[in-house]
Design a protein around this ligand. Structure first.
Ligand code: MN
Length: 395
């Protein structure tokens, strides 16, 4: 468990690109934690025969250090590719044409599983991970996107969600030690689940790395206290209905449900087509909802994703204007009770009955930066580093 800073680090790492019929954007932020242990991968076009129109995206949430998360972000895909994805499966028709055959669904699923087991075995040979100098581990959640399928991949408690037909169409299931299947494996390996943790310590039951939890004699790699085995779910793409996929670590999901995050993302995509901006808004909103963890989000927009609408843009501008004028009004009336702090301003706004509707899933927290900007501009007592605004983060 990491320690916390006096105030959150809110600088963001961003990336975006377009290709293979999709657009993606991502944002990651350290937040309140002393270390940044999240990592991510985004690759458009896989370097294997027949897979130039495939893509891969993943989020890794490291713990006890960033070593395993960073290594996986760089090398997991190549382990998956090396583990049979590069070749057509046994069921693939013999190829006498020039176009190489894409691998079958079963070959892909087996390749993903083997890739996870291989990279874990490989990392185990690193001297710092072997001798316990580095005890880090990492979750991994990803999607491998082919023209026909989504392959949702999960190992740990990060999560991927598909938004389809304006609903949560699919989500991965977190690997928590309390899940019956996970608990059974842990107990069979001689461990126990206490305070919802493996041996009272680790909050996640599947992960890469974490070799302290993978040395039970006589048990295979997928029978240990912590297993590196991913769950892989294939979902046939429905281009008419598929809107976007979100991958995120628990720093996001701790404060937003699948539905809330999807509704929020959808509503922001109607206001901006800049995916980095949308991802940054997700991360900031989660910070303002009280997340104390590192945060990473990857947003993959599919061809039928939400489009910017003039009406949504106008409504958002009206909302911002309303909030600004309310804050100005509150601060101009500041008198006998002294100058209100930002917490008082937020509290006041949260009970404002004249408020136009706030972004679904995001609520007032998603407008905190708008509010804070006016507040800071008008606050005569503002400290240079803006620390007056860092008092409380729960909305
Ligand atoms: Mn986390």
């Amino acid at each position: 468990m990491g320690a916390f800073l006096d105030k959150p680090r809110t600088e963001k790492h961003n990336l975006h690109a377009e290709g293979n019929g999709v657009r993606y954007g991502l944002s990651s932020m350290q937040g309140w934690r002393v270390e940044m242990e999240d990592a991510h991968t985004a690759v458009l076009g896989l370097p294997a025969p027949g897979m130039a129109d495939w893509s891969f995206f993943a989020v890794y949430d490291g713990h006890a250090g960033s070593r395993v998360a960073n290594y996986c972000a760089k090398h997991l895909l190549e382990h998956i590719m090396g583990a049979s994805l590069g070749q057509a499966g046994p069921d693939a028709p013999a190829s006498d044409s020039a176009a190489p055959a894409a691998p079958t669904v079963e070959t892909v699923k087996a390749g993903i599983r083997t890739g996870f087991l291989k990279i874990d075995e490989h990392m185990r040979s690193f001297s710092d991970l072997r001798n316990g100098m580095d005890r880090s581990g990492s979750t991994a959640v990803g999607i491998l996107l082919s023209p026909e399928h989504f392959f949702f991949i999960n190992c740990g408690d990060s999560r991927a969600v598909l938004y389809r037909n304006s609903h949560v169409g699919f989500s991965t299931l977190d690997h928590k030690p309390c899940n019956p299947r996970e608990r059974e494996r842990i107990q069979n390996a001689g461990g126990s689940v206490m305070i919802q943790r493996v041996n009272g310590s680790l909050a996640v039951s599947r992960a890469l790395g974490d070799f302290d939890y993978k040395c039970v004699d006589g048990k295979g790699p997928t029978e240990q206290l912590v297993s590196p085995e991913p769950e892989v779910f294939e979902v046939v793409r429905a281009p008419e209905h598929d809107q976007f996929v979100v991958l995120a670590c628990d720093g996001i999901w701790d404060v937003m449900s699948n539905e809330e995050l999807c509704e929020f993302v959808k509503s922001r995509l109607e206001v901006s087509d800049d995916l980095e901006t949308v991802c940054n808004e997700v991360v900031d909103t989660c910070l303002h909802k009280g997340s104390r963890d590192n945060m990473s989000v990857v947003l993959v927009c599919l061809p039928n994703g939400p489009k910017v609408s003039e009406e949504a843009v106008r409504k958002d501008a009206e909302l911002n204007k309303y909030l600004e004028s309310r804050v100005e009004e509150m601060l101009s009336r500041a008198g006998e009770d002294g100058f209100p702090d930002l917490v008082a301003v937020m509290r006041n706004l949260s009970t404002d009955i004249g408020m136009p509707s706030l972004p679904p899933g995001g609520g007032l927290a998603s407008k905190r930066s708008v509010i804070e900007a006016v507040y800071n501009r008008l606050n005569p007592y503002r400290e240079e580093d803006g620390s007056a605004a860092e008092l409380e983060y729960h909305w």
